[in-house]
Design a protein around this ligand. Structure first.
Ligand code: GTR
Length: 427
């Protein structure tokens, strides 16, 4: 009894201490945002202005990409030669006959001994194929997106969450459908899209283990223990995994791989942006509340900062990114240029009023400052009249909404994703 009391007291003190620390470090006061100068996506490092699409494509874009590769997310070290796809299941009468359900495993080493990614694919029966698709990673396994008992349980390490039926880092049947509110499967299918998802832990389990599990070790040279300082962290690995999912989709006759929107929430929203920047086969990116290291400008240091994210999640970015802890001004890029790398393809960015941690204004401004690149390439980008008004989405080639409420994916968010996708991905 006495012991329990002290444990609880100790826990409370720990939490309180952490919050005190946070209160000192984290800025939510707009007047305390430091003065900053952003790198201009349309000025080359030697000061020459980029005035033609050819200059953008031939010189500037690759220079920006290289900086992100080496300083932020980290480079993918190479190619795997033996990736294979294994179709585990096809059911033509899933979801009461509404959909075809396919479950396909991407074997990164060509066999079961290495890491592998289980794709869950729903294709609406009633729509004419091939179809555009949403592709998004999930946090707790494919079985969480829908109550469909035909979905294979996730086989990877997953974060413990007793509320979600996840114990000892293993998914159980009790986790079926626990994240259905974030994945309105039937609505997506009824709108004429396929839905493709996989658990991000299949690619690289989301905890800091010094890069011993996941796909990174498959690329180590003899004697290498962890990625080099300019080589990939977990976000780049997850993004790479999304590209491997797209490799599979290119072989699937029911899907139009030229019309795939890569979508993600939060850390996976950062991942979706980076995936679309790195892999121009993605026709669209949707980044839900991606915040720091996603769509939010790092230099504003509002809410989560570079130092904070590198401390809480030392495995997400490349080791070089830590050089910019509390030195955002030294970064040769900022996140508006991540959005610019996706140009001229459509990108949709969201925020929530109560999600100040992700810096809504920083994301809106990044969309604005990416726009000159879209204009150079003949697209609208963020429309000039765009404003940050809760519940009033704007949809240029860059779309944006801020809605009331918290950090989450809601049916409102999906409603906008579908409207945005309808503008660009429907034939
Ligand atoms: C938070 C992190 C954010 C965001 C979020 C999430 O703890 O600070 O950058 O990625 O997690 O992914 O849910």
């Amino acid at each position: 009894m006495v012991k329990t009391f002290f444990y609880i007291l100790f826990g409370v003190l720990l939490l309180w201490g952490d919050n005190l620390l946070l209160a000192q470090q984290i800025n939510y006061d707009e007047s305390k945002v430091p003065a900053y100068t952003l790198p201009d996506p349309l000025v080359m490092e030697n000061g020459v202005k980029v005035t033609t699409p050819a200059q953008w494509w031939k010189q500037r874009r690759s220079a920006i990409l290289k900086i992100f590769d080496e300083n932020v997310y980290g480079k993918v070290p190479g190619k795997l030669q033996h990736i294979t796809f294994r179709v585990r299941e096809i059911s033509r009468k899933a979801l009461d006959g509404l959909a075809i359900r396919k479950q396909v495993t991407v074997l990164f080493t060509g066999n079961d001994s290495g890491p592998k990614m289980d794709l869950l694919i729903y294709i609406p029966n009633s729509s004419k194929k091939p179809l555009p698709a949403f592709l998004g990673l999930n946090f707790y396994g494919n079985q969480t997106v829908c109550k469909d008992t035909g979905i294979f349980l996730c086989r990877s390490w997953v974060r413990n969450n007793p509320d979600f039926g996840i114990y000892d880092h293993r998914a159980t049947g009790a986790s079926r459908g626990v994240r259905a509110s974030r994945w309105p499967v039937k609505k997506i299918l009824a709108s004429g899209y396929a839905l493709v998802t996989a658990c991000y832990n299949d690619i690289d389990p989301d905890f800091d283990d010094g890069f011993q599990n996941g796909v990174q070790p498959l690329f180590y040279k003899p004697g290498q223990q962890r990625p080099a300082p300019d080589e990939w962290g977990a976000i780049a690995a997850w993004a790479w995994g999304l590209s491997r999912a797209l490799d599979y989709l290119e072989t699937d006759p029911d899907i139009d791989a030229g019309r795939v929107a890569v979508m993600g929430h939060s850390r996976l929203g950062k991942t979706a942006l980076w995936a679309a920047a790195e892999d121009q086969r993605f026709a669209m990116a949707i980044s839900n509340m991606s915040g720091c290291g996603g769509a939010a400008l790092s230099r504003r240091q509002y809410g989560e900062t570079v130092e904070r994210i590198n401390t809480s999640f030392p495995h997400w970015f490349c080791a070089n990114f830590k050089m910019y802890n509390d030195h955002e001004d030294a970064l040769p890029v900022d996140q508006h240029e991540l959005i610019a790398l996706i140009a001229p393809r459509p990108v949709y960015i969201t925020a929530a009023v109560e999600d100040r941690w992700a810096d809504p204004k920083g994301m809106f401004l990044a969309a604005r400052y990416a726009t000159p690149v879209y204009r150079l390439l003949g697209k609208t980008g963020l429309p000039d009249h765009a404003e940050m008004i809760p519940g009033k989405p704007v949809m240029g080639t860059i779309g944006f909404h801020i809605r009331p409420g918290m950090h989450d994916v809601t049916s409102y968010d999906w409603q906008q994703f579908l409207l945005f996708a309808n503008k660009f991905l429907k034939k």
